[in-house]
Every structure is written in C-alpha cells, then in structure tokens.
Design a protein around this ligand. Structure first.
Ligand code: DAH
Length: 344
C-alpha cells in the first residue's frame, strides 16, 4: 500500500509499527477514538487546496478502512500471532529464534491476492452493466464440458481443451464454457450472466502457461442480438477495466460452440498503439475468444435459435491481471511468494 501525502504515509507507517507493540485497546484509542489520529486526518481533508481535496480524501478513506479492518481482525482474536505470550504454531521458525535470524515478514498483516482483487473489481463492473453472477465448478462431466457445446465424442477440437480426467470419467473443466448449458437452462430470457471459475489444462508450464488458472465466461441471450451488441458490450467492459478508451479489432478464430467465432483484440492500453513491452511492440493485444452462440448449443440449452440469439465469451483472468500489472510470469500468481504478493 502506497500513499502520496506525508500525513497519510506517516500514519500508515506508524500504525504498522504500533500493531506489533500496542494492545487492541491502545490501538483503538490512538487511531479510532474521537481524538484519534484518523479523526485529525479526516478534519484535514477540508483544509486542503481544492485540487488536492479529492485525492487526499481518497487516501484518508483507504487508510481508515485499512486500519479499521486490521483492528477488527485483531479484535476477533484471529491474529493471536501478535499477542506476545502465545506460540504461533504456523510460524516458519522456532519460538526462540533470535529476532535477526527470523525470515523477514514483509507486509506482515497480509493482503488480498491480486487475482481476488481484480476478480472483485471485474464482477462489480459486470454487475453495473446488468449481469448476474454464477460460479463455475471444479469438476464436471463430458456432457457439459464437450457434448452440450457441440463437440460430439471423437470431435478433433476436443484436443485443444486437453485436461485431467478421473477414473470415473469426470473432468476438471478446461474452460468456464462448461457452465453454458446449465445457464441456458436455468435463466429466463433475457439472459445476462458472467461465470468466474477455476480451469485446468494438461500442459507443460512456462511463463505464460499454467495447469491451473481462472477464466470469466459471459453469456448473453435475447431477441435480435447481433455481433455489434457483442462488440459494444465487451468493449465497454474492457474500457472500464483498463480505465481508458480503447480501439478494437476482430480476428477470425474457431470454437465449436460459436458461429461466427472471433478473437477480440484491443489497442494497447499502455502505449496508444505506439508499441511497448506489454503489447510486444505491436500496439495490439489479443484479449479473448468470443462469438455468437451456435444454434446447436442454444437448442441443447432449450432455447429456440429461430426466435432468440446470443453471444458468449471467455477470457483468462490471470492473463488480464498480468497485462494490467506488468507481471511477466503467470507462475508467480500461484507461487505464494511473499516478495511478489507484498506488492499488492
Ligand atoms: N472457452 C474458450 C477458451 O477456453 C473461450 C470462449 C470462446 C468462450 C468463445 C466462449 C466463447 O463462451 O463463445 O478458449
């Protein structure tokens, strides 16, 4: 967590030290009481120059929520690690280890994982756009993962979604599209649902491939829905996510469950198409697969393709978080490395 004003930075640093030495009651008195440090800061908002008020106010509020949350955790006794007499059985060192030999605990209070932070942010954007949220699942069957999506048994494109199977022929879903048939059957038209979920692939890992990752699927069905609705919806979402205007391009692609199929490409949000390391000096970034839901898929979901049409998409959450934060290796996201996580 970084603050740009002297006052907020000082209070943040002081709190992080106090939390190791003061009791909960003392912390409450020092920070949350009527005469506490935070009240002072809140009062100072009004005294800032006009152009500084918004930013200063935002920082004070972030700090206030942070302090309040940490004190709540301590209060509920979850963080017994900080009370001096108790032994923390999860500590990665022995009780009598000299202070200097202890592994460095970075931001020793922990923080929300970057994938969770962005997932929450993304779901809020879609909720504002009128979408409902449904969670995917981590084990499924051949019908949902393939057959209902227009991949009959033996279809060669199944190989592109190679994943893990149990002896009983259950499957660890390789994409969140495994939920499409359920969504089509469950929801009344108009359907507008986003489906976050964990996915699995049987592949060798490297800086841009993981066997386990997250996707967010979108399904939209109504009367007279066309590709232009799809382009506008996805573009509006991505502009909200990257907090900037974007140009878009559509490239042909292939998925058995859409017709036509597309790869959604955006102008690089960081260099305005000039070329930078994030867009590999091309000015453009391929961001997700999408398309108009195939009539067979609609029919299998109990929807008459002559009356209704719709679109769907699926994108990798991990990849989007990497692009937004300039992370160069997907494996860091699942590494549990404190040096990495402490930056968020
Ligand atoms: N499931 C696809 C994948 O994993 C992404 C995708 C493409 C999802 C098109 C869709 C879609 O719903 O319509 O690569």
């Amino acid at each position: 967590m970084k603050f740009s004003y002297k006052e907020t930075t000082k209070t943040f640093e002081e709190f992080n030290q106090d939390i190791n030495s003061l009791s909960v009651a003392e912390l409450k008195k020092k920070y949350l009481s009527k005469k506490g440090n935070l009240k002072d800061l809140l009062k100072k908002i009004g005294k800032q120059k006009n152009e500084e008020k918004a930013q200063f106010g935002k920082e004070v509020n972030i700090l206030k929520n942070f302090i309040q949350e940490k004190i709540n955790i301590l209060n509920s006794g979850l963080n017994t690690k900080f009370s001096t007499n108790q032994i923390d059985v999860t500590a990665p060192f022995e009780k009598n280890t000299p202070e200097d030999d202890k592994p460095r605990l970075l931001n020793n209070l922990g923080s929300t994982h970057p994938l969770t932070q962005e997932l929450e942010n993304i779901l809020k954007i879609f909720q504002k756009m009128g979408f409902e949220i449904e969670e995917s699942r981590q084990i499924d069957d051949d019908y949902n993962m393939f057959q209902s999506l227009n991949f009959p048994i033996g279809h060669p494109a199944r190989d592109n979604w190679d994943t893990f199977w149990t002896k009983e022929k259950f499957v660890l879903p390789a994409h969140t599209s495994t939920m499409q048939n359920r969504i089509l059957k469950k929801y009344e038209i108009p359907i507008r649902v986003v489906i976050p979920g964990r996915c699995f692939r049987n592949e060798a890992t490297d800086a841009s491939h993981e066997h386990t990752f997250y996707q967010i699927e979108g399904v939209y069905v109504d009367k007279d829905i066309s590709m232009s609705h799809m382009f506008a919806t996805i573009k509006a979402y991505l502009e909200a996510f990257f907090e900037t205007k974007l140009d878009i391009k559509i490239q042909p692609s292939y998925f058995p469950f859409t017709e036509p199929d597309a790869e959604f490409v955006i102008s690089c949000p960081f260099c305005e198409k000039k070329g930078c390391s994030i867009c590999k000096y091309t000015g453009w970034i391929e961001i997700m697969g999408c398309g108009m839901i195939h009539p067979h898929v609609l029919k299998e979901g109990g929807i008459d393709p002559k009356k209704y049409s719709g679109f769907a998409w699926g994108f990798g959450l991990d990849r989007l978080v990497m692009i937004k934060n300039g992370i160069d290796d997907i494996r860091k996201l699942h590494s549990g490395e404190l040096e990495f996580l402490d930056q968020f």
